[in-house]
Design a protein around this ligand. Structure first.
Ligand SMILES: Nc1ncnc2c1ncn2[C@@H]1O[C@H](COP(=O)(O)OP(=O)(O)OP(=O)(O)O)[C@@H](O)[C@H]1O
Length: 352
C-alpha cells in the first residue's frame, strides 16, 4: 500500500496472556500501519483480540499479558528502545483512546471543565488560564455549548452521547497523532451513534490523526474507515480498502460477516447468523481457524496456516482459497446478489 505519513506501526505482533487455565494466544501475528488522516476499522467477533491489539498500543495489557514477539513502532522507532520517560511522554501526548464507556476517561467527582483544563495543563504545559480557554474551545468542537454552566457541570449531568462527546474532547486535549476508538458507540442509540461517527470524521479532518476504530459492526465502520481489517481468532484474515471489503470480499469469514448485515438481507427471511463460536486460543490448532465453522474449508485449512495472498496492492487475504491450486469456490449466491445491488447503488460512495 502506498503509505505516506506513518504515525505508528504494528509488525508481526504476538500477545500471550497467562491465565490459570493456560496461555491464551490472544494476538497471533498481526501487522498494521497507521497513517495520518486515515482510519482503519478493526472488525471481529467478541474475543478475537481486538481490544488486546488496541491496548498494547498504549502499553495497557492486562496482568499476565505480554508481547511475545513482533514490534510496535512510533515515529519509526520500536517502543522497546524508548526510555520510561519518553514512553510516558509519548503516551500522554501522541496517543489517546476512547472506550465504550465514556466514564472510563472521566472523573465523576470533578467538573468537566476542570478535568479538561487539567488534561490540557498536563499535556501541553500551559497556564490554567490558557487551558480554560482551550477547554471551552474543545467543548465547542465536540458540539457542546461552551458556557460557564457546561464548564462547571459534572459528568452525571449528561446523557450517554454527551458524555462520549466529553470523553472525545478529553482524548483530543493532548492533540493526539493516533486515536484509538474501542467500540465508542456500542452503548448508544442509533441516531446518537451516527452523530458520534460524524463528529469523529469531522475532528479527524481538522486534527489529521490516524484512527484505529474497533467494532463488531461492519456496516457502521464502513461509514468512516478507509481500510478494514477483519480479525478472526487473533489474526487478520482479510485487510483491504472499505470498498474492496464490500465489493470484492475473499475470505469466507468476511462473506459470513457481510451476509449477517441486516440491511443486506432480504425482507421476511430468517436473519443469517454465523453458526458456532470462535475457538479457545489456548493451544489452538494449526491452519485457518475459521475452517471449523466454514462450509468452504479445504483439507489444507486444517493442516497449515494460510499465508497472505495479495489480491491487489491494497488487498490481502489469508485464505487457501486464493492459492492457484485451490478449487474454484464462489461466495454465497445471496451475497453475490447483495453485492450487485450495492455496486449499482454505491459505486464510488465508500469512505476512501
Ligand atoms: N484480562 C484478561 N485476562 C485474561 N484473558 C483475557 C483478558 N482480557 C481478554 N482476555 C482474552 O484475550 C482474548 C482476546 O480478548 P479481547 O478482549 O482482545 O477480544 P475482543 O475482540 O476485543 O472482544 P470484545 O469484542 O468482546 O471486546 C480472549 O480470548 C479473551 O478471553
Amino acid at each position: 500500500m502506498d503509505k505516506k505519513d506513518i504515525i505508528a506501526k504494528i509488525d508481526n505482533l504476538h500477545i500471550d496472556i497467562k491465565t490459570q487455565a493456560g496461555i491464551i494466544q490472544a494476538v497471533r501475528g498481526v501487522s498494521l500501519d497507521f497513517e495520518a488522516h486515515k482510519t482503519i476499522g478493526l472488525i471481529g467477533e467478541s474475543g478475537s483480540g481486538k481490544s488486546m491489539m488496541a491496548r498494547t498500543l498504549l502499553g495497557l495489557l492486562p496482568a499476565g499479558g505480554a508481547i511475545t514477539s513482533g514490534h510496535i513502532y512510533y515515529n519509526n522507532t520500536p517502543i522497546e528502545t524508548y526510555t520510561q520517560r519518553q514512553w510516558r511522554n509519548l503516551r500522554g501526548k501522541e496517543i489517546a483512546m476512547i472506550f465504550q464507556d465514556p466514564m472510563h476517561a472521566l472523573n465523576p467527582l470533578m467538573t468537566i471543565g476542570k478535568q479538561l483544563s487539567e488534561a490540557i495543563v498536563i499535556s501541553q504545559k500551559v497556564s490554567w488560564k490558557l487551558a480554560k480557554i482551550q477547554a471551552l474551545d474543545l467543548l465547542k468542537k465536540v458540539g457542546l455549548e461552551a458556557t460557564p454552566e457546561r464548564y462547571h457541570s459534572y459528568p452525571h449531568q449528561y446523557s450517554g452521547g454527551m458524555r462520549q462527546r466529553i470523553a472525545i474532547a478529553m482524548a483530543l486535549s493532548c492533540k493526539p497523532k493516533l486515536l484509538i476508538c474501542d467500540e465508542p458507540t456500542t452503548a448508544l442509540d442509533v441516531s446518537t451513534q451516527a452523530q458520534i461517527i460524524e463528529l469523529i470524521i469531522k475532528l479527524q479532518k481538522e486534527y489529521g490523526m490516524a484512527i484505529l476504530f474497533i467494532s463488531h459492526d461492519l456496516s457502521l465502520v464502513s461509514q468512516m474507515a478507509d481500510e478494514i481489517a477483519i480479525v478472526y481468532a487473533g489474526r487478520i484474515v482479510e485487510h483491504a480498502t472499505t470498498k474492496e471489503i464490500f465489493l470484492q470480499p475473499k475470505h469466507p469469514y468476511t462473506w459470513a460477516l457481510l451476509s449477517a448485515i441486516v440491511h443486506f438481507q432480504p425482507k421476511n427471511e430468517v436473519l443469517y447468523t454465523i453458526e458456532g463460536s470462535p475457538p479457545l486460543l489456548i493451544n489452538p490448532p494449526k491452519g485457518d481457524l475459521f475452517s471449523y465453522r466454514s462450509e468452504y474449508a479445504l483439507d489444507i485449512d486444517f493442516q497449515e496456516n494460510p499465508p497472505f495472498f495479495e489480491v491487489s496492492p491494497t488487498h490481502r487475504v489469508a485464505s487457501w482459497l486464493q492459492d492457484p491450486r485451490a478449487p474454484s469456490v464462489t461466495m454465497p449466491k445471496l451475497l453475490q446478489k447483495q453485492i450487485q445491488i450495492l455496486r449499482s447503488q454505491q459505486e464510488g460512495n465508500f469512505h476512501e
